[in-house]
Design a protein around this ligand. Sequence first.
Ligand SMILES: [Zn+2]
Ligand SMILES: [Zn+2]
Length: 347
Amino acid sequence: MRAIIKTKPAAGVELAGNFPEPDIPADHVLVKVAATSICGTDAHLYTWDKSAQGFGATFPFVMGHECAGSVVSVGANVTRLHAGDRVAAESHIFCGACYMCRTGNAHNCYEMKLLGITWPGGFAEYVALPERVCFPLPANLPIEVGALFEPSGNAVHAIQRAGNIDGCSVLVTGGGPIGLVIVQLAYCLGATSVVVLEPNPFRRKLAEARGARAFDPLAPGFDIDGIVRKDYARHGGFDLGFEVSAAPGTLETLLRALRREATIVCVGLPSEPVPIDITAYIAKKMIVLKGIFGRRIWDSWEMLLAMVESGRLDLSGMITHRLGLEEFDRGIELLKGPSAKVIISPN
Ligand SMILES: [Zn+2]
Ligand SMILES: [Zn+2]
């Protein structure tokens, strides 16, 4: 089969024309991939920077972790899925047996494998998935929207982790796809105002189209303290923060711009440790720092599906490009410019 392969610890990928199709063990299904979206993580894997090296991948591996498609065959022990079913993949392949899995916390499995990094991924004509990580999709849901459930589920998890949003002002650092879904969900759940800090002008436009005020944090004269003094002084700052960019300095911006006893949810994965003034922010200001990695299984997925099916959350508007496997390098390049989600169709 054709597949995007990372063959060595260096920049770039290869398009294999004749990669072996995956075996399907008894509890797995074979999925013919219809759509796999490119993630910021794929750009890190592509360039093989420090954050990519931290995942523990071994070579060669098939990339792609945001995928959806149709089941074509099932292993002998598969009971729930059948050929023809449409599914999206939970990319965090949990073991089902460790302490965290057995206590209802499979999203934090100790033995977790990562689709498209430490498990053969979905930038390929076929992917083999354990039945337990397949999320069945309704027949009327566009399959490329199904591929967006994995990244969008991170936004849902961040919102779930934040707690009550009703009546809150929200500051989001990073207006990429996950940040944009956080904007939509925050308004759905009662946020009074959302501000997004994002250097990419195209993504600022998308944030504004979703009702947020968007600023370029790298522009000369950008002054978060001034914004707080002008519009958020009554509470002493924003009520809630989401760090989605992993860019240097953004956590400090949030810690400064949020009011006392506010909550910050960290979604981005900085490649270096981030220093924090514990005295000023955690002790005296009593800010609560939380983080998420991936989605709650399956709470985040079910909430996301309900929001999409009700029409309150639109994901399709985030798709800006559709490419074939052979255009993968261009897809990575597109992430730097006027784009949100780039969909690869391997078949
Ligand atoms: Zn991703
Ligand atoms: Zn586990």
